[in-house]
Design a protein around this ligand. Structure first.
Ligand code: GTP
Ligand code: MG
Length: 454
């Protein structure tokens, strides 16, 4: 199978990758090394050209590597052709490999093969997606830990402990007359709780942390038209992403971008000013803003201090004040603190930040407050060794459920056969996490998130 392994576009170089038994044969047909060799050595870079099979003309000058199995990503033979980039050249080279018998790879197929060949476990395969998508260095370091197999190790350890419990049960099943010693319910249940259930619960606690690093915290800027929402987005991003004008109702669509606050990816959304709409377009924009508002995790409620507050500010504030809100007083350059025309007591209990988006003042303070809000409400700032994703979390939850059931069974002294069924189920659920007992459709879903060529 073959694919273009680099993003589509004009890059400095682009890579066509082929994996499978035909790799070497394809290289021999389409590649002409500058210094002819009888046979390509493995894991070496060769300079030469890719030629058109019909007329022998040159398609591109390339650097080519043949990696013979088993020391490769997929544990199959892999051919990598570094071309000069340019989508036409890459496509032409890819076409040549297809003509010589390769098949176009499906999304994630390289990594799927690495998984199926046993080179990596499923959590490591998923880490590949996370690494590609990482938005901050810290998110990347978490994904890299996962790639090293940390989750795999932890799950394996816990499975070992469950197997130990299971062996006790089986002994009790096989030798029913040997009596209670094999199956001491009190010590077995406390062992289960301490060595198995607690560590699994700790994994789930890591999940929320990890989700934030993976997906970012969704943070929305809302307020009346013209208070300076788009100006704030732009200063946070340090680029002129959104249109800013003195005309109220400038922004209509939701604009979203990621910023990095101390390693936490924060998704910032700029929205249409909320108030009585002047036309249908503005009304549609407001509807979109409200839709996002309902799902946002942190709300930056902005007012323009120069104009004072009116009923539509208060109305909007009432809509959001039971959520994590940071009140932003913008345009502080226009008024002095002493003559602030804002009744601050209306926002009692909320964090209030004074800024001037236009003059880039108070922005570092705002970033700090956003960080504090995230850390206080959701995560402590220590980095866990590994973090499960939603799929892992669901499987671990099922495992815990089975284990709790088994524990109850033990205390109620029901027959060991029935308890063993629950214990076995917990092992299977944990097997799903690392890909030992994962059904095919789940695998399909995981690998379809990859780009072709990964
Ligand atoms: N003096 C001053 N003007 C500002 C400040 N922030 C924004 N403005 C001005 O206020 C006007 C509106 O700014 P925008 O950022 O477009 O406001 P908005 O809230 O996105 O407006 P809509 O998209 O229409 O809802 C522009 O003329 C900005 O230059 C500020 O801190 N001080
Ligand atoms: Mg705007």
């Amino acid at each position: 199978m073959a694919a273009i392994g680099t993003p589509i576009g004009e890059g400095g170089i682009g890579i066509v990758r082929v994996s499978g038994p035909l790799a070497e044969e394809i290289a021999a047909k389409i590649f002409e090394p500058k210094n002819p060799v009888s046979r390509l050595s493995s894991h070496r870079l060769y300079y030469g050209k890719i030629k058109n099979l019909e007329d022998g003309s040159m398609v591109d000058e390339v650097l080519l590597t043949l990696m013979r199995k088993p020391k490769t990503y997929t544990r199959e033979d892999i051919l990598e052709i570094n071309c000069h980039g340019g989508i036409l050249v890459l496509q032409k080279v890819l076409e040549l490999t297809l003509k010589e018998g390769a098949r176009l790879a499906e999304p994630g197929e390289f990594t799927r093969r690495a998984f199926l060949s046993g080179r990596i476990d499923l959590t490591q395969a998923e880490a590949v997606v996370d690494i590609v998508r990482s938005k901050t260095k810290r998110a990347l370091s978490l994904a890299t830990q996962q790639l090293k197999g940390q989750i795999y190790e932890e799950i394996r350890n816990i499975q070992e402990r469950i197997i130990y419990i299971l062996s006790h049960l089986e002994a009790a099943i096989d030798f029913p007359d040997e009596d209670i010693d094999i199956l001491n319910p009190t010590s077995l249940t406390s062992h289960m709780e301490r060595e198995v259930i607690q560590p699994l619960k700790a994994m789930i606690a890591h999940y929320e942390k990890g989700r934030i690093y993976r997906e970012g915290i969704s943070t929305i800027i809302i307020g009346k038209p013209n208070v300076g929402k788009s100006s704030l987005l732009n200063v946070l991003l340090k680029e002129n992403r959104a249109i800013v004008t003195p005309i109220p109702g400038t922004t209509r669509d939701v604009i979203e971008e990621f910023i990095n606050i101390k390693g936490i990816p924060v998704k910032i959304m700029d929205t249409a000013g909320i108030g009585p709409p002047k036309d249908d377009i503005e009304a549609a924009g407001i509807e979109r803003a409200r839709e996002r508002l309902s799902k946002a995790e942190i709300i930056l409620f902005m007012v323009g201090v120069s104009d004072g507050l009116d009923e539509s500010d208060f109305e909007l504030y009432r809509e959001v004040n039971d959520k994590p809100v940071i009140v932003i007083l913008n345009k502080m350059d226009l008024v002095s603190e002493n003559s602030l025309p804002i009744p601050l007591e209306a926002f009692s209990g909320k964090r209030i930040v004074r800024i001037s988006a236009l003059h880039n003042q108070g922005i570092d303070g705002l970033r700090e407050i956003i960080f504090k809000t995230i850390v206080k409400d959701r995560i402590d700032s220590t980095i866990p060794l590994f973090v499960p994703n939603t799929r892992h979390k669901m499987a671990v939850e099922k495992a815990i459920h089975s284990l709790v059931q088994a524990k109850e069974g033990l205390t109620q002294a029901i027959s060991p056969e029935l308890i063993a069924v629950d214990i076995q189920a917990s092992l299977d659920h944990l097997g799903e996490v690392i890909g030992v007992t994962t059904p095919d459709d789940v695998l399909d879903r995981i690998f379809s998130q990859f780009c072709i060529g990964k």
